[in-house]
Design a protein around this ligand. Structure first.
Ligand code: GRF
Length: 260
């Protein structure tokens, strides 16, 4: 299955998905193309180093339809079946959604629907969670639809907020946000590829039901993995986790305990 990744910035989720592919954790999944929308986005360098084809598509000074048409043409030329947004900072229009209905996913660094308001991105999400004083946050992989952050949820991973982060937040907001965001990111990097594999294995089904007459229907994802699938996935993903522990230990302040 060919996947296309849309990313705007740092690209750590992109890198993690590619690592899952290269380590053979992802089965029958090929990261076929990266689309990025800032010429200097660090994610483009990662694609270059990893030998993933990439295409720069500028969103500035043009109509959204035209920008999205170029993205769709690019994804089509690589026969992309699943589109993965990973730190993509543009809102997706209805044409794109129609074409990739239940074939486009995104990751959000909180437990949706909490802290999912439009414009609440990465760092701001963690700041809002610490400011609110929630005890648990985490990350969510979901199918995108026109509602931006309200599409049907595929997987979520909770991360408990530490007393250390809460206390630090009152004296050094930036540092506290950084600590929490790193700990959530560790989980994002694991969760996203699992959702991709579930999709590739055709284990995700979106169903609709009406809550009340006249209201728009709710859409819910059923995950049809069994314990054998879960065990095999956990076994395969160990390879990625070992590599992740090594690289995080040397490059960040995340403790080993948080990585296990
Ligand atoms: C991640 O926290 C992701 O959840 C959010 O944007 C951030 C992107 O980070 N949508 P990266 O570019 O993947 O490092």
């Amino acid at each position: 299955m060919n996947i296309g990744i849309l990313a705007s910035g740092r690209g750590s989720n992109f890198g993690a998905i590619v690592a899952h592919e290269r380590l053979g954790v992802l089965d029958d999944v090929d990261v076929s193309v990266l689309v990025y929308n800032y010429s200097d986005a660090p994610v483009a360098k990662i694609a270059e180093t990893q030998g993933v084809p990439s295409r720069f598509i500028d969103h500035r000074n043009r109509a959204r339809q035209e920008f999205e048409r170029e993205i769709i043409e690019t994804l089509d030329s690589y026969n992309v079946e699943l589109v993965c947004l990973a730190g993509w900072d543009r809102i997706i229009g209805s044409d794109f959604f129609k074409k990739y209905r239940w074939r486009a996913v995104n990751i959000h660094p909180a437990l949706l629907p909490a802290f999912g308001e439009k414009g609440l991105n990465a760092g701001f999400v963690h700041e809002a969670a610490l400011e609110y004083g929630v005890k648990v946050t985490g990350c969510t992989v979901y199918f995108i639809d026109v509602s931006v952050e309200k599409g049907p949820i595929i997987l979520q991973k909770p991360v408990e907020i530490r007393q250390k982060e809460t206390s630090l937040f009152s004296v050094n907001r930036e540092q506290a946000v950084g600590m929490l965001s790193d700990r959530v990111l560790v989980q994002e990097h694991r969760l996203y590829s699992k959702a991709i594999q579930l999709y590739a294995d055709k284990l995700l089904h979106v169903s609709e039901f009406s809550v009340e007459v006249g209201a728009s229907p709710r859409r819910v994802v059923s995950v049809h993995s069994d314990s054998v699938w879960e065990k095999e996935w956990a076994l395969r993903q160990r390879k990625f986790i070992e590599a992740q522990i090594e690289s995080w230990k040397s490059s960040t302040n995340v403790s080993e305990e948080d990585l296990l």
